[in-house]
Write a new protein. Structure first.
Length: 212
Protein backbone atom coordinates (compact mmCIF):
# COMPACT_ATOMS: atom_id res chain seq x y z
CA UNK A 1 0.00 0.00 0.00
CA UNK A 2 1.35 3.39 -0.95
CA UNK A 3 2.15 5.49 2.11
CA UNK A 4 0.41 8.92 2.19
CA UNK A 5 2.76 11.77 1.47
CA UNK A 6 3.52 14.31 4.19
CA UNK A 7 4.18 16.97 1.55
CA UNK A 8 0.63 18.43 1.56
CA UNK A 9 0.68 19.01 5.32
CA UNK A 10 4.21 20.41 5.20
CA UNK A 11 3.18 22.85 2.47
CA UNK A 12 0.11 23.94 4.42
CA UNK A 13 2.12 24.33 7.62
CA UNK A 14 4.65 26.46 5.76
CA UNK A 15 1.82 28.68 4.56
CA UNK A 16 0.49 29.25 8.05
CA UNK A 17 3.90 29.80 9.58
CA UNK A 18 5.27 32.11 6.90
CA UNK A 19 5.68 35.75 7.67
CA UNK A 20 3.95 36.84 4.45
CA UNK A 21 1.26 35.33 2.21
CA UNK A 22 2.20 33.65 -1.07
CA UNK A 23 0.41 36.33 -3.05
CA UNK A 24 1.11 39.91 -2.00
CA UNK A 25 -1.87 41.23 -3.96
CA UNK A 26 -4.44 39.28 -1.95
CA UNK A 27 -6.19 41.18 0.82
CA UNK A 28 -6.44 38.68 3.67
CA UNK A 29 -8.63 40.91 5.82
CA UNK A 30 -12.35 40.21 5.82
CA UNK A 31 -14.03 43.26 4.27
CA UNK A 32 -17.20 43.25 6.33
CA UNK A 33 -17.32 40.66 9.12
CA UNK A 34 -20.15 38.23 8.34
CA UNK A 35 -22.84 37.54 10.87
CA UNK A 36 -21.72 34.87 13.35
CA UNK A 37 -22.80 31.33 12.53
CA UNK A 38 -25.73 30.33 14.77
CA UNK A 39 -23.66 27.58 16.38
CA UNK A 40 -20.54 29.70 16.86
CA UNK A 41 -19.63 31.16 20.24
CA UNK A 42 -16.38 33.10 20.51
CA UNK A 43 -13.90 31.94 23.14
CA UNK A 44 -11.08 34.07 24.46
CA UNK A 45 -7.64 33.20 23.21
CA UNK A 46 -3.99 33.98 23.83
CA UNK A 47 -3.19 37.41 22.41
CA UNK A 48 -6.64 38.93 22.90
CA UNK A 49 -6.42 42.37 24.52
CA UNK A 50 -9.15 42.59 27.13
CA UNK A 51 -10.57 45.16 29.51
CA UNK A 52 -11.59 43.59 32.82
CA UNK A 53 -13.84 45.58 35.16
CA UNK A 54 -15.54 44.86 38.44
CA UNK A 55 -18.66 47.01 38.60
CA UNK A 56 -18.30 49.65 41.31
CA UNK A 57 -14.65 48.77 42.03
CA UNK A 58 -12.53 51.25 40.07
CA UNK A 59 -9.26 49.95 41.49
CA UNK A 60 -9.93 46.53 39.94
CA UNK A 61 -9.98 47.86 36.36
CA UNK A 62 -7.22 46.44 34.18
CA UNK A 63 -6.46 46.34 30.45
CA UNK A 64 -4.04 43.68 29.30
CA UNK A 65 -3.28 40.98 26.77
CA UNK A 66 -4.03 37.37 27.63
CA UNK A 67 -0.59 35.83 28.15
CA UNK A 68 0.96 32.74 26.58
CA UNK A 69 -0.46 30.55 29.36
CA UNK A 70 -3.97 31.88 28.79
CA UNK A 71 -4.05 33.99 31.95
CA UNK A 72 -4.86 37.55 32.95
CA UNK A 73 -3.16 39.05 36.00
CA UNK A 74 -5.82 40.82 38.06
CA UNK A 75 -5.52 43.28 40.89
CA UNK A 76 -5.67 41.60 44.32
CA UNK A 77 -6.32 38.05 43.03
CA UNK A 78 -3.35 37.53 40.70
CA UNK A 79 -3.71 35.16 37.76
CA UNK A 80 -7.00 33.82 36.42
CA UNK A 81 -7.11 31.46 33.45
CA UNK A 82 -9.51 32.71 30.76
CA UNK A 83 -8.27 31.31 27.42
CA UNK A 84 -10.73 28.86 25.93
CA UNK A 85 -13.64 30.37 27.85
CA UNK A 86 -16.53 32.40 26.51
CA UNK A 87 -16.86 35.92 27.89
CA UNK A 88 -19.63 34.79 30.23
CA UNK A 89 -17.53 31.89 31.51
CA UNK A 90 -14.48 34.11 31.96
CA UNK A 91 -16.51 36.68 33.88
CA UNK A 92 -17.75 33.90 36.18
CA UNK A 93 -14.17 32.64 36.71
CA UNK A 94 -13.05 36.14 37.67
CA UNK A 95 -15.97 36.63 40.03
CA UNK A 96 -15.20 33.27 41.65
CA UNK A 97 -11.57 34.29 42.12
CA UNK A 98 -12.51 37.46 43.97
CA UNK A 99 -14.98 35.55 46.14
CA UNK A 100 -12.69 32.60 46.91
CA UNK A 101 -9.90 34.94 47.98
CA UNK A 102 -12.39 36.83 50.14
CA UNK A 103 -11.74 40.19 48.55
CA UNK A 104 -15.33 40.78 47.37
CA UNK A 105 -18.64 39.21 48.37
CA UNK A 106 -20.81 39.74 45.30
CA UNK A 107 -18.54 40.93 42.46
CA UNK A 108 -19.94 41.62 39.01
CA UNK A 109 -17.23 41.19 36.40
CA UNK A 110 -17.40 42.65 32.92
CA UNK A 111 -15.02 41.74 30.07
CA UNK A 112 -14.66 43.74 26.87
CA UNK A 113 -12.38 42.65 24.02
CA UNK A 114 -10.45 45.73 22.90
CA UNK A 115 -8.36 43.96 20.27
CA UNK A 116 -8.57 40.45 18.86
CA UNK A 117 -5.60 38.17 18.38
CA UNK A 118 -5.12 37.17 14.73
CA UNK A 119 -7.02 33.96 14.00
CA UNK A 120 -5.66 32.40 10.83
CA UNK A 121 -6.21 29.37 8.66
CA UNK A 122 -4.22 28.30 5.60
CA UNK A 123 -5.22 26.67 2.34
CA UNK A 124 -2.80 25.11 -0.13
CA UNK A 125 -2.89 22.80 -3.11
CA UNK A 126 -5.16 23.04 -6.11
CA UNK A 127 -6.93 26.34 -5.49
CA UNK A 128 -6.35 29.52 -7.46
CA UNK A 129 -5.12 31.63 -4.53
CA UNK A 130 -3.42 29.44 -1.91
CA UNK A 131 -2.51 31.58 1.10
CA UNK A 132 -3.19 32.34 4.75
CA UNK A 133 -6.57 33.90 5.55
CA UNK A 134 -7.92 35.62 8.64
CA UNK A 135 -11.08 34.37 10.27
CA UNK A 136 -13.66 37.02 11.19
CA UNK A 137 -13.03 38.54 14.67
CA UNK A 138 -16.10 37.03 16.34
CA UNK A 139 -17.06 34.50 13.74
CA UNK A 140 -15.73 31.74 11.55
CA UNK A 141 -16.00 30.43 8.02
CA UNK A 142 -16.61 27.00 6.62
CA UNK A 143 -14.15 25.04 4.51
CA UNK A 144 -16.51 25.66 1.56
CA UNK A 145 -16.33 29.42 2.13
CA UNK A 146 -12.54 29.25 2.39
CA UNK A 147 -12.26 27.41 -0.94
CA UNK A 148 -14.46 30.09 -2.50
CA UNK A 149 -12.41 32.87 -0.90
CA UNK A 150 -9.27 31.26 -2.31
CA UNK A 151 -10.66 31.61 -5.83
CA UNK A 152 -12.17 28.16 -6.15
CA UNK A 153 -10.66 24.93 -7.44
CA UNK A 154 -8.21 24.73 -10.30
CA UNK A 155 -9.02 22.53 -13.29
CA UNK A 156 -6.98 19.66 -11.87
CA UNK A 157 -8.26 19.79 -8.29
CA UNK A 158 -9.73 16.77 -6.54
CA UNK A 159 -12.47 18.65 -4.75
CA UNK A 160 -14.04 15.45 -3.49
CA UNK A 161 -11.26 14.85 -0.97
CA UNK A 162 -10.34 18.16 0.65
CA UNK A 163 -8.56 17.64 3.95
CA UNK A 164 -8.47 19.74 7.11
CA UNK A 165 -5.47 19.14 9.38
CA UNK A 166 -6.32 20.26 12.91
CA UNK A 167 -4.53 20.26 16.24
CA UNK A 168 -6.93 20.22 19.18
CA UNK A 169 -6.28 22.26 22.36
CA UNK A 170 -4.99 19.11 24.09
CA UNK A 171 -2.37 18.61 21.36
CA UNK A 172 -4.06 15.81 19.44
CA UNK A 173 -3.81 15.94 15.65
CA UNK A 174 -6.66 14.93 13.40
CA UNK A 175 -7.38 14.89 9.67
CA UNK A 176 -10.91 15.61 8.42
CA UNK A 177 -11.94 14.68 4.88
CA UNK A 178 -14.62 16.77 3.17
CA UNK A 179 -16.27 16.31 -0.24
CA UNK A 180 -16.46 20.02 -1.04
CA UNK A 181 -17.22 19.35 -4.69
CA UNK A 182 -20.50 17.61 -3.92
CA UNK A 183 -21.46 20.27 -1.39
CA UNK A 184 -20.92 23.03 -3.97
CA UNK A 185 -23.08 21.09 -6.43
CA UNK A 186 -25.80 20.61 -3.83
CA UNK A 187 -25.41 16.85 -3.94
CA UNK A 188 -23.77 16.30 -0.58
CA UNK A 189 -25.56 15.06 2.52
CA UNK A 190 -23.86 17.86 4.46
CA UNK A 191 -25.11 21.42 3.97
CA UNK A 192 -22.57 24.22 3.24
CA UNK A 193 -23.26 25.87 6.63
CA UNK A 194 -23.15 22.64 8.66
CA UNK A 195 -21.30 23.20 11.97
CA UNK A 196 -18.93 20.29 11.28
CA UNK A 197 -17.51 22.23 8.31
CA UNK A 198 -16.59 25.28 10.38
CA UNK A 199 -12.87 26.01 10.54
CA UNK A 200 -10.89 26.63 13.69
CA UNK A 201 -7.84 28.87 14.10
CA UNK A 202 -4.71 27.08 12.93
CA UNK A 203 -6.52 24.70 10.57
CA UNK A 204 -4.51 23.65 7.49
CA UNK A 205 -6.70 22.96 4.47
CA UNK A 206 -5.28 21.03 1.51
CA UNK A 207 -6.85 20.45 -1.90
CA UNK A 208 -5.12 17.53 -3.68
CA UNK A 209 -4.56 17.11 -7.37
CA UNK A 210 -6.80 14.77 -9.30
CA UNK A 211 -4.84 11.90 -10.81
CA UNK A 212 -7.49 11.18 -13.45
Amino acid sequence: MKRPSLLPLLLAAALLGAGAPLRADIDMRPAVPPAPHPSFVYTLTVGDKVRVEIVGETDCLTIQTIDALGNVNLNYVNQVHVAGLTKDQAQKAIEDAYVSQKFLVHPQARITIDDYAPREVAISGMVKSPARYLLPPEGTMSVVELVTKAGGFTDIAKGSDVTIARTTPDGKKTIIHVDVEDILKGKGKVKPDDPQLLLQPGDLVYVPESLI
